[in-house]
Write a protein that binds this ligand. Structure first.
Ligand SMILES: Nc1ncnc2c1ncn2[C@@H]1O[C@H](COP(=O)(O)OP(=O)(O)O)[C@@H](O)[C@H]1O
Ligand SMILES: [Mg+2]
Length: 202
């Protein structure tokens, strides 16, 4: 089982993954926790570029799209090995983050489709998660939960990302959870998504 938590920064992915990992381990599951970008040299390069004030600009986004796809391809080996040994894999972000983030701003629909097709193409060999949980959070709340000083915490930008996530959720059967709620309520909602898949009660 490959589970991915998605959502804008501050939506509670790290918090909820820690709780989910503990819950699954209490049931006796062996869990592998992964995250994107990874700690590979490519992942480190991605983190450096993300700190650049120009990171949201179009050519930076294209570069990031390629680097994320490369970083993710290497991660597939880790996922395959974990699944082969019966582990549950929980990922902080996945391929869908690229579709939500590395998409150009302010271009007409035709170009956007052209670009989106390219994003799918460069991620063609990436394994899609079995379950995607989208933690949906109001942008203002996300900003107040974060420290407020990176280029991805711009309100208008985050609104676009949030809406793209919601579009993706519809067309890809994500489980959408209201992340405005308290930590325990969100955790319960996540357990309600996972428990039928593993034949357990919440
Ligand atoms: N449901 C919640 N209600 C209030 N604060 C939360 C909630 N979930 C997480 N937080 C806090 O918000 C901040 C961002 O959460 P985090 O789990 O790091 O989000 P992400 O990994 O998606 O960026 C942290 O300080 C965390 O303690
Ligand atoms: Mg996090």
């Amino acid at each position: 089982m490959y589970i991915c938590l998605e959502g804008i920064d501050g939506s509670g992915k790290s918090t909820q993954i820690a709780l989910l990992e503990k819950w699954l381990k209490d049931f006796g599951y062996d869990v592998l926790r992964i995250f994107e970008p990874t700690n590979s040299p490519t992942g480190k390069l991605i983190r450096e570029i993300l700190k650049d004030p120009r990171a949201t600009e179009d050519n930076f986004q294209k570069t990031l799209a390629l680097l994320f796809a490369a970083d993710r391809m290497i991660l597939m080996e880790t996922i395959k090995a974990a699944e082969g040994s019966g582990k549950a894999v929980i990922s902080d972000r996945c391929f869908y983050s690229s579709i939500a983030y590395q998409n150009p701003q302010g271009v007409e629909d035709l170009n956007r489709k052209f670009y989106k097709d390219w994003l799918y193409e460069i991620n063609k060999f990436v394994k899609k998660p079995d379950i995607v949980i989208l933690l949906d959070l109001d942008v203002e709340k996300a900003i107040s939960r974060c420290d407020g000083n990176d280029s991805f915490e711009n309100k208008a930008f985050l609104e676009k990302i949030r809406n793209r996530y919601l579009e993706l959720a519809k067309s890809n059967d994500f489980f959408v959870i209201n992340a405005n709620n308290g930590v325990n309520k969100v955790h319960t909602d996540i357990k309600m998504v996972i428990s039928p898949k593993i034949g357990r009660c919440v």
